[in-house]
Write a protein that binds this ligand. Structure first.
Ligand code: ZN
Length: 133
């Protein structure tokens, strides 16, 4: 069964730690061993795993702005004015697979799961499924 998480972003670019939500779904599933698939069904949001350290999150935002600047004459901006958001989402990706080990998320000590809002503020959805066997 797929679970749906709803996340509300507050800024155009907003990096939101959703680890506790995913962890709660893993606990509720009572799965001991397997994998949790995390998927976001949007073209201007992405998912990534990294450390929740405020300076690092500033660096991630600056890095996205450097690689994919907002003020470039993208073709898509003729219709929607958010090409940078789409390109940044492609860079980060739409899904993650995280091990479930002994009933818990098998993340490393500093690893957290983030939803990257890239064209907010908006309400976003994340699909989550714990797969065992
Ligand atoms: Zn667009």
């Amino acid at each position: 069964m797929w679970h749906r998480l709803t996340v509300r972003s507050r800024r155009r670019v907003d990096l939101i730690d959703v680890t506790e939500d995913i962890s709660g779904l893993v606990r509720e599933s009572r799965a001991q061993d397997g994998v949790v698939v995390v998927y976001t069904e949007h073209t201007t949001a992405g998912l990534f795993i990294n450390e929740n350290e405020p300076n690092l999150l500033q660096d991630v935002q600056k890095w996205l702005e450097t690689i994919v600047p907002q003020d470039h004459p993208y073709a898509h901006n003729r219709v929607d004015n958010n090409a940078d958001s789409h390109l940044r989402a492609i860079l980060l990706g739409s899904s993650l697979s995280v091990p479930v080990v002994e009933g818990r998320l098998g993340l490393g000590q500093w690893q957290r799961i983030f939803l990257a809002e890239l064209d907010g503020p908006r309400t976003r959805r994340i699909l989550v499924r714990v797969i065992t066997g």
